[in-house]
Design a protein around this ligand. Structure first.
Ligand SMILES: Nc1nc2c(ncn2[C@@H]2O[C@H](COP(=O)(O)OP(=O)(O)OP(=O)(O)O)[C@@H](O)[C@H]2O)c(=O)[nH]1
Length: 336
């Protein structure tokens, strides 16, 4: 049983009840002599949606079309069916549909005065007619509710699918921008981040870019094997990540090259981070490397507002080359 069981058991029943109602035999007799009969030609408008209504109509011959607009299906009414009854039930009603003669037709129009006269003369039969009409109207509302509920469910399903697609897209985007071996951002991720921050101002902080290269990494691969080389790359990646704060981005650019975009307070802060990184790598002890030690060379620049990020990048690259050239025994860093 649906939750609307007190009114209508099922959507099917609601749909059956919501079909335009046909007057019973005694109702036809009741309205037979009331009001006046009006003729319409096919295409004539009987009344328009939004107009103030004062009478109801019974189809005596031909067909009329009720157009509700707003995606709601039209209704076609045949002889014995009626419409516009709320105008005489309520006395003050604005039409909810536009009614157009589908074919040449004759309609019995019963205005408020004629209806009131009928009510005074035949109160029981008019009350029965009104009760039947209200059940029909309630069934129509129920059908509308069922339709809206179904549409709502469809929308929720579409929304779920959209959310799923969006999270898959985000995941795919993350995968495209991250390095598989270390989980750090890759070169594409770095470029996207540099694009993002190019115009950003951080109050009391300065942007800096560090380019980092492992010294003599090839020798590790050659002497300890590629898997040992991989574990060294992962360990250095963790050391780079450890220097990154909430506004920073640690990256592996490829091979044994890393980068770190930093937000630092001043030159001292930058020096501490670079020195801290060199020391952390120097202090790594990896079983896979045996007695081999890791060191890194670091080229650092402050990001100036007067050049784009490709300028900062080239500058940091040149500084890294100089740091490499020093061949400091425990690794080392230089500031451009
Ligand atoms: N294990 C491992 N090795 C890699 C990976 N990607 C690149 N390499 C190796 O990293 C090495 C980088 O060598 P080089 O660019 O000559 O660098 P280097 O030996 O550190 O020399 P310098 O930079 O001058 O100190 C090459 O032997 C690459 O094959 C990887 O994902 N895993």
């Amino acid at each position: 049983m649906s939750e609307d069981a007190s009114i209508v058991d099922t959507a099917e029943q609601a749909a059956r009840l919501a079909r335009p109602r046909v007057l019973e035999h005694d109702e036809r007799a009741l309205f037979g002599g009331a009001g006046t009969e009006v003729a319409f030609l096919a295409g004539d408008v009987v009344f328009r949606r939004g107009e103030h209504g004062r009478s109801m109509f019974i189809v005596a011959a031909g067909e009329v079309r009720l157009c509700f607009g707003d995606d709601f299906a039209d209704k076609l009414l045949e002889p014995g069916q009626y419409f516009g009854e709320l105008a005489v039930f309520l006395g003050d009603h604005y039409r909810t549909a536009t009614v157009i003669a589908e074919t040449d037709c004759r309609l019995r129009e019963i205005d408020a005065a004629a209806f009131d006269a009928l009510l005074a003369r035949e109160p029981v039969r008019v009350a029965q007619f009104m009760r039947a009409s209200f059940s029909y109207l309630v069934a129509g509302e129920n059908q509308l509710l069922h339709g809206l509920r179904r549409r709502n469910e469809d929308l929720m399903r579409a929304l779920d699918a959209l959310r799923q697609t969006r999270s898959e897209l985000t995941l795919a985007q993350q995968m495209v921008r991250s390095d598989e071996l270390t989980g750090l951002a890759n070169r594409r991720g770095l470029y996207a981040f540099l694009d993002e921050i190019a115009d950003q101002q951080l109050p009391d902080l300065r942007r800096a870019l560090l380019l980092i290269d492992i010294d003599n990494f090839k020798a590790i691969n050659d002497r300890r094997g590629h898997l040992a080389g991989d574990s060294a790359l992962r360990a250095v990646a963790e050391a780079v990540r450890a220097q990154a704060g909430p506004f920073d981005l640690p990256c592996r650019l490829g091979g044994d090259e890393f980068a770190l975009v930093l937000a630092v307070a001043d030159e001292g802060d930058l020096a501490n981070r670079a020195i801290g990184l060199c020391a952390a790598v120097r202090n790594l002890r990896l079983p896979a490397l045996g007695d081999m030690r890791l060191t890194v060379s670091v080229g650092a620049v402050f990001c100036r507002n007067d050049t784009g990020w490709s300028g900062w990048y080239s500058e940091a690259d040149a500084v890294l080359l100089r740091a490499k050239g020093m061949r400091a025994p425990g690794g080392g860093w230089r500031l451009g």
